[in-house]
Design a protein around this ligand. Structure first.
Ligand code: GAR
Length: 199
């Protein structure tokens, strides 16, 4: 069984969806550790309630490399095979990314490369796009940038505001992340440049 390490900074609904899929037998993996850079992240409390190892490694006011070294040490201590960024609002240092080549995933609430960064759903809504969605991708040293594993589309309705759009995108995120984790853990893909081919 493969070990997952989850990094989060906030609400943790993507983490919860992954944990629920594991509990329901839909995803064959174990969450070895949940790490937050913020002590007040609701996702941490949820991890504790589920009886998971939940660590706070505060990032505020610390040099990125120092913080990243501590996080990597914790991931190694828990023998993590795959790292899932789940609303982890920090850019990983190039050193961190090099420690786990093609072993770090991120989810982002837009169809990348459109609307990287913060409040992607609002960015998309304000831009006036007719279709948005979410992206699960390998992590590289650039923000919301690595090779794309899968995307789910969500139509923008005339009745939407940025909030209702974000809610429907989040529903798709919760499906997409576990699908992508399954693909990666089962090794059913190959990477050619930026293109991830699914087997
Ligand atoms: C999710 O919408 C995720 O896609 C986004 O943060 C939210 C976290 O929600 N991530 C990014 O914007 C990464 N650039 P959650 O804590 O409920 O999973």
């Amino acid at each position: 069984m493969k070990n997952l390490g989850i990094l989060l900074s906030g609400r943790g609904s993507n983490f919860e969806a992954i944990a629920d899929n594991i509990a329901a037998g839909k995803l064959d993996a174990k969450i070895a550790v949940v790490i937050s850079n913020r002590a007040d992240a609701p996702g941490l409390e949820s991890a504790r309630r589920r009886g998971l190892n939940a660590l706070v490694i505060p990032s505020k006011g610390r040099p990125r490399e120092d913080h990243d070294h501590e996080v990597v040490a914790a991931l190694r201590a828990h023998q993590v095979d795959l790292i899932c960024l789940a609303g982890y609002m920090r850019l990983l240092s190039p050193w961190f990314v090099q420690q786990f080549p093609n072993r770090i995933l991120n989810i982002h609430p837009s169809l990348l490369p459109a609307f990287p960064g913060l409040e992607a759903q609002k960015q998309a809504f304000d831009y006036g796009v007719k279709v948005s969605g979410c992206t699960v991708h390998f992590v590289d040293a650039d923000l919301d940038h690595g090779a794309i594993i899968l995307q789910k589309t969500v139509p923008v309705l005339d009745t939407d505001d940025d909030h209702t759009l974000a809610v429907r995108i989040l529903e798709q995120e919760h499906i997409a992340y576990s699908e992508a984790i399954r693909i990666v853990l089962e090794g059913k893909y190959s990477i050619e440049g930026r293109r991830v081919r699914l087997a």
